[in-house]
Design a binder for this molecule. Structure first.
Ligand SMILES: C[S@@+](CC[C@H](N)C(=O)[O-])C[C@H]1O[C@@H](n2cnc3c(N)ncnc32)[C@H](O)[C@@H]1O
Length: 437
């Protein structure tokens, strides 16, 4: 038989019988997509990995705990053969051929009648990559191509404009703490689809430079507000652009609802009848300590963490914070917007009973190239912040967790990354996805 390239097709398996023979790692990797496709899955295998067993327990697949026998493929539309027994694989494969059931084999791609592509999904699109030349199959290359296409679609570097009518409206997008890699995939995609972006000073400003020239980028701090409050002027700008039919992204630092005034904007949009989507972001309150090597909780050290705004001093009548109560807590205190008031905050905590030797770390411009960390105690932090000329934005972490990560190298530029690359099975192009950086 002449070898032709495989013919790509999308199988609609919903409610249709799919037989999987063998309950090992290959089945474990393939089953989630078959379940997601709504297939009526029968697993034939005397044993299974704990994950596969959990799918059976959850009722997602039917598991027949035995070896393959002739006739198992009756009524099947599709079969995946993945046992470690070459004889059973060959017998099942022969039955599939006789019954004209498309058959994937993990052990022998040449003996199979179907191949699993390396596939991935970005909202609304499934990407599937198959090697064209049957004699030069390279599953890792297929997987790398799949990753590149899916990532490109997600982050907008592969332009795929929707030709359907876009719903105008506003997306309140949490941009994360500053490192452009720390925005969510959804946030990045919406940014790539935006006509207008209204951005704060905090957050991943580097991403704005990547936007195509036709995107209007507006610095929220520079919106003239005349007789309005600055926030009202921002609300008005959001409404104006959305009403003009534009896809608007309001890009905010961290998470929109953590001291981000996100709900004020959502309320204003609702009042104007404008659809609003909220995309959560990675808040600086957790990520900036993490980037500096500080876990906000640690077993045996802190069972709680409290995030508090320090933008008004403890004795200011506008303060909504019960500093005396916070002083009695023994867990971690994370203070945002507290650089200017740190002296008064530290004094209030010590006056309320917190040990003056409690460690404090102040992390300025966390997750960016300019990140710096200054360590002190409650007794010394005000002087240290002044002497070291620490400037906002900074996150202040108070508590014993500050000392926990010392020695790991995390946050000092000497920490080690991890790469959990795994193997592949030979019968498909579906090598595992590249670990997310
Ligand atoms: C108005 S609040 C916004 C918080 C934001 N919504 C969040 O979830 O991270 C601004 C404060 O967040 C903190 N902050 C935000 N990004 C930071 C960063 N990259 N490094 C240090 N602190 C940061 C600072 O305390 C800053 O004064």
């Amino acid at each position: 038989m002449v070898d032709h390239p495989a013919y790509p097709v999308g199988l609609r398996l919903s409610g249709r019988r799919v037989v999987v023979i063998g309950g090992g790692q290959v089945a474990q990797r393939r089953l989630p997509a078959l379940i997601a496709a709504g297939a009526d899955i029968v697993l034939v295998s005397p044993s299974a990995t704990p994950s596969v067993e959990a799918m059976a327990t959850a009722g997602e697949i039917r598991w027949e705990r035995r070896r393959y026998t002739e006739g198992d493929l009756a009524d099947a539309w599709y079969v995946l053969i993945a046992t470690t027994d070459p004889q059973a694989n060959a017998q099942a494969s022969a039955e599939a051929e006789r019954s004209r059931v498309w058959c994937v084999r993990s052990d022998d791609a040449n003996a199979a009648t179907a191949w699993t592509p390396a596939s991935g999904r970005s909202k609304g699109v499934t990407v599937a990559v198959l090697t064209a030349d049957p004699h030069d199959r390279d599953p890792r290359r297929s997987a790398a191509l799949r990753d590149a296409i899916v990532e490109g679609l997600r982050d907008g570097t592969i332009a795929a404009p929707h030709h359907r009518t876009r719903t105008p409206g506003v997306a309140l997008v949490g941009g994360g703490p500053g490192d452009p890699d720390l925005i969510t995939v959804r946030g990045r995609r919406l940014l790539a689809e935006a006509d207008v972006v209204i951005a704060d000073r905090l957050g991943p400003r580097d991403l704005l430079a990547e936007l195509p020239p036709q995107v209007e980028v507006i610095d929220a701090a520079k919106i003239p507000y005349g007789r309005f409050m600055a926030q009202e002027a921002i609300n008005a700008a959001l409404i104006e652009h959305a009403k003009a039919g534009k896809a608007v992204v309001r890009l905010k630092g961290g998470d929109p609802f953590v001291f981000g005034r996100g709900m004020e904007e959502a309320e204003a949009l609702a009042a104007a009848g404008i659809p609003c989507t909220v995309v959560p972001g990675i808040s600086s309150s957790i990520s900036v300590p993490a980037a500096a090597g500080i876990p906000v909780t640690h077993r045996g050290v802190a069972h709680e963490f409290t995030v508090v705004s320090g933008h008004v001093a403890p004795d200011d009548e506008r303060s909504l914070v019960d500093w005396a109560a916070l002083a009695r807590l023994r867990g971690t205190l994370v203070v945002l917007m507290g650089v200017d008031k740190i002296g008064a905050i530290a004094r209030a905590l010590v006056a309320g009973g917190r040990d003056p030797h409690t460690p404090v770390a102040v992390i300025q411009e966390g997750t960016t190239a300019a990140q710096r960390r200054v360590d002190a105690t409650l007794a010394t932090v005000a002087d240290t912040v002044a002497a070291e000329e620490v400037r906002p934005p900074a996150v202040i972490v108070i508590g014993e967790v500050v000392g926990v990560g010392v020695g790991t190298g995390i946050g000092t530029g000497t920490g080690t990354g991890t790469d959990s690359g795994t193997g592949t099975d030979s019968g498909t192009d579906a090598a595992p996805a590249r670990p997310t950086p």
